[in-house]
Design a protein around this ligand. Structure first.
Ligand code: MG
Length: 250
């Protein structure tokens, strides 16, 4: 699909929501290998200041991972696909999120895939992620097993991303995370902008579209997003020009 970048007139009236992997960073061979370049980090900090703090990172990563990658700009963040919410540095009470027995799930995954090489099992505070980037031939078996887990356990759902399948609480997703931020200051009343690259971001796009905001898909593949960039580098180039930096060079 053709590249189509949005124009954000009156920049100060927006709220920015940003995915990390494949958006602020390139996709890395392993989750630990990802990094955000310094120009992008500086842009995120500057844009957060210019928007009065109405900027949040919305990621499948757990919060401690987000902090390692972004640092001080992640005062507002949704981790684990929205199961962990932090606003202005304070954790929000996510009463809607059921407690899931991640240890039991992790054990059943290990039992099922013992001996299989190339599967990385990541246990997060509210979810269990199965990364098979190192062995893509596991894709079908992983998905079949995760389908079995969510079918036989109440309150769980499957989230499928790039070379990753995750078991998460059923009523948690990036869309509900964005909606939660939008109901609070300093996000309240602003126009939401959300950029992401993966199928897990579609819930976020739907929420943003319903609020007549700006949804941005990075890369190819079907999406309900209204705008699109070819790749993460192209998006980051656009991002670093947003706000006052853009106005001063217009
Ligand atoms: Mg992503």
């Amino acid at each position: 699909m053709k590249h189509q970048a949005p124009v954000l007139a009156r920049f100060e009236s927006y709220a920015l929501f940003l995915d990390i992997d494949g958006t602020l960073s390139d996709i890395a061979p392993s989750p630990d290998g990802a990094f955000i370049d310094s120009a992008t980090l500086q842009a995120v900090e500057r844009l957060s200041d210019e928007l009065g703090g109405a900027l949040a990172v919305i990621s499948g990563r757990k919060l401690t991972d987000i902090d390692r990658l972004i640092g001080r700009s992640a005062q507002n963040a949704a981790g684990s696909h929205g199961a962990e919410l932090r606003k202005s540095g304070h954790l929000l009470n996510v009463s809607a999120a059921p407690v899931i027995d991640t240890n039991a799930i992790e054990k059943s995954v290990r039992d099922r895939f013992s001996g299989a090489s190339g599967l990385l099992i990541e246990c997060k505070p509210f979810s269990v992620a199965l990364h098979y980037r190192a062995n893509p031939t596991l894709a079908e078996a992983v998905e079949v097993f995760v389908d079995h887990i969510v079918r036989t356990n109440d309150g769980l759902t499957k989230v499928k991303g790039k070379m990753i399948v995750e078991i998460v609480p059923a009523d948690v997703n990036k869309g509900s995370a964005i909606a939660s931020f939008m109901s609070r200051e300093p996000f309240l009343g602003r126009i939401p902008v959300f950029a992401g690259d993966d199928t897990t971001d579609e819930h976020g796009f739907e929420t943003v579209n319903a609020l007549e905001g700006v949804s941005i898909k990075i890369g190819d593949g079907p999406s309900c997003a209204r705008y699109r960039f070819d790749d993460a580098a192209q998006f980051r180039q656009w991002l670093t020009r947003l706000g006052s930096a853009r106005r001063s060079t217009d």
